[in-house]
Ligand binder design. Structure first.
Ligand SMILES: *Cc1c(COP(=O)(O)O)cnc(C)c1O
Length: 354
């Protein structure tokens, strides 16, 4: 698309907002008045529209239902005390989205659709951004292959869609984590680094079985030895061992490169901790636990920001952590919130003003 983006806007006749109480809303259940929809055909993106939120209609043979060319993102918009709205680091999500698209043989989405389309959509539905601490507007961009044909090959036509959902506080109860020893989320050469729908579908059985054993989520381990640590549930994981924060490195392609991970590592460095992105295995974690060096462990991701871990276990391991004194996890959350709600200067330029 060469010319400036032309978004055709059709406004909803009335707002659903008047019938909704934005207190205590469950995550991802209510959607705003509008959505963005762009179509890719004949090798280019065309017909970008913002229109009333509505169902999609598609042929039962539509390729995404059969072969899973589906990727997505998760981003949040915040409103500060002065009523100004901004989106947190959307350019990073845009970059990641196009990496996911490339891995899934899907077309990239240009900045003027992803960023400017999102900005415009959030602006139109800005009354839906709850103006309260711990509240935000969750932004869900996604892309699906829509060829109506059962032949197995990358689609020629796609839809890129953005929907918005107001969200309240995410009470991150400290988690009890099962060290996964059977299932695998990601392997080198696979699709673990991409935010594609199938990664989620494939992970649910492990989470369910862990729940049946009394755990909240799993700690994913490598496909070969079930020994090298990857992520916790659908969040990146950070371990604090003495004054060093350690998180699994990205180069094998088995880790999703989280925006919260990147933000947390920046803040950890500013707090004076050493930060190491490297391979870490379960033996090192167990040794650090027994020597008293393992101070904290937590998950980081857009939904929860920071989710403290109170216990790791498996059939023959039980490691309990002192979450009450987990000062590092708390400080990361406090600083990220302060930036998002403009209580401190946005020193890293993380906020994108609407
Ligand atoms: C989305 C996601 C994360 C977190 O990424 P953020 O950009 O911080 O929200 C971590 N792991 C997986 C597998 C994910 O899908």
């Amino acid at each position: 698309m060469t010319a400036a983006l032309d978004i055709v806007i059709t406004k909803a006749e009335s707002s659903k907002l008047n019938d909704l109480n934005l207190e205590n809303i469950p995550f991802g259940k209510y959607f705003t008045d509008h959505m963005l929809e762009a179509t890719f055909e004949d090798g280019e993106w065309s017909s970008v529209e913002i229109k009333p939120y509505q169902p999609l209609s598609c042929d039962p043979s539509t390729a995404v239902f059969h072969y899973g060319q589906a990727i997505f993102e998760g981003i949040k918009a915040y409103k500060n005390a002065a009523g100004e709205a901004s989106i947190f680091r959307p350019y990073d999500n845009h970059k990641r989205f196009n990496k996911s698209a490339d891995r899934m043989s899907m077309p990239s989405v240009p900045e003027e659709i992803f960023i400017e389309g999102m900005r415009k959509l959030v602006e139109i539905d800005s009354d839906w951004i709850p103006a309260k601490k711990e509240h935000s507007l969750y932004i869900r961009p996604f892309m699906i292959g829509i060829d109506a044909v059962l032949g197995v090959k990358p689609c020629e036509t796609y839809k890129f869609i953005i929907i918005l959902s107001p969200t309240g506080p995410y009470y991150a109860e400290p988690m009890k984590i099962y060290i996964e020893d059977t299932y695998t989320r990601a392997a080198p050469g696979g699709v673990g680094f991409s935010k594609n729908a199938g990664n989620y579908g494939g992970s649910m059985k492990a989470a369910l079985e862990a729940k049946a054993l009394g755990y909240d989520q799993v700690l994913w381990t490598d496909a070969f030895e079930h020994k090298w640590l990857q992520e916790v549930g659908m969040m990146n994981v950070i371990f604090v061992i003495n004054d060093t924060a350690i998180t699994p490195s990205l180069e094998e392609g088995t880790i999703l490169e989280g925006v919260t991970r990147s933000s947390a590592l920046t803040i950890l460095r500013e707090m004076g901790l050493k930060v190491e992105e490297r391979r870490i295995n379960i033996d090192e974690l167990i040794a650090a636990y027994h020597s008293g060096a393992l101070k904290e462990a937590f998950g980081v991701g857009t939904a929860a920001t920071v989710a403290p871990i109170k216990e790791f276990g498996s059939s023959n391991i039980k490691m309990e952590l002192d979450v009450k004194n987990a000062v590092v996890a708390k400080e990361i959350k406090r600083q990220l919130d302060a930036i998002r709600y403009s209580e401190v200067a946005d020193r890293h330029n993380w906020l994108f003003k609407i």
